[in-house]
Design a protein around this ligand. Sequence first.
Ligand code: NAD
Length: 232
Amino acid sequence: MKKVSVVLAGACGRMGQEIKLVLEERAAFASVLEVDRKGKCKQFKALKAQPGVVIDFSSPELFREGLAWAVENEVPFVSGTTGITDQDQVSLKKAAKQIPVLWSANMSMGINFLLSLLPQLKALEGYDIQVEELHHRHKKDSPSGTAKMLQNQLTTSLKRKLPEPVAIRGGGIFGIHKVWVMDEEEVLVFEHTALNRRIFARGAARCAEWIVGKKPGLYQVLDVLAAGTNRD
Ligand code: NAD
């Protein structure tokens, strides 16, 4: 099997560092070219090599640069950057006409499995539903991209308006997401806890490995789950 070379955007960040460790452990990947404003990293415009995939965990600004570069160079694009706008979502769809694209605010398999369950809450008509999230004090966006993703899945599948997600910031929490489902006589809570950043890094690496060789299109982590490569 030919090894895949990677351009990693946000390479010096918390997620970038974790992803580098995971890529080093996985046989499918070869060299990693690092893009960041810190350290000895390069900028997209200075890149000469043609990688097999771009993995981006950075900021909305670098996400935009990375996506444009991936389209120009016809390289698959996997991104977990949050805080991106509706216009960025339009850009992802546009890019997906030319290259394979996978963006997700949460690359863990557990959250994506939960997403697939939420439409079933339609059966619990009249129950109050509330999304809640807790993250470390350094997290810039609020509510989290994952909370928005859960909220979006709930409002579109249940076809009703819900209260805005509750966001709590503090300490070193990697990420806790809850969906409260409440009646007067019972409470059901779906809860996902990320125990470390590695869970997202492993998810990103799996998505990157899976997307190489795919046709242009907008893919989801659920597509990777459905492909059945459940374990690393
Ligand atoms: P971080 O701040 O630690 O790292 C971001 C890195 O990107 C930094 O090293 C910074 O220098 C670099 N960067 C940002 N903008 C740049 C620019 N314009 N030019 C050059 N370099 C630039 O952040 P983090 O905790 O690693 O998170 C990165 C992103 O990933 C965030 O959006 C976060 O919410 C998201 N995230 C997603 C998931 C997921 O599963 N999808 C999980 C965790 C974090």
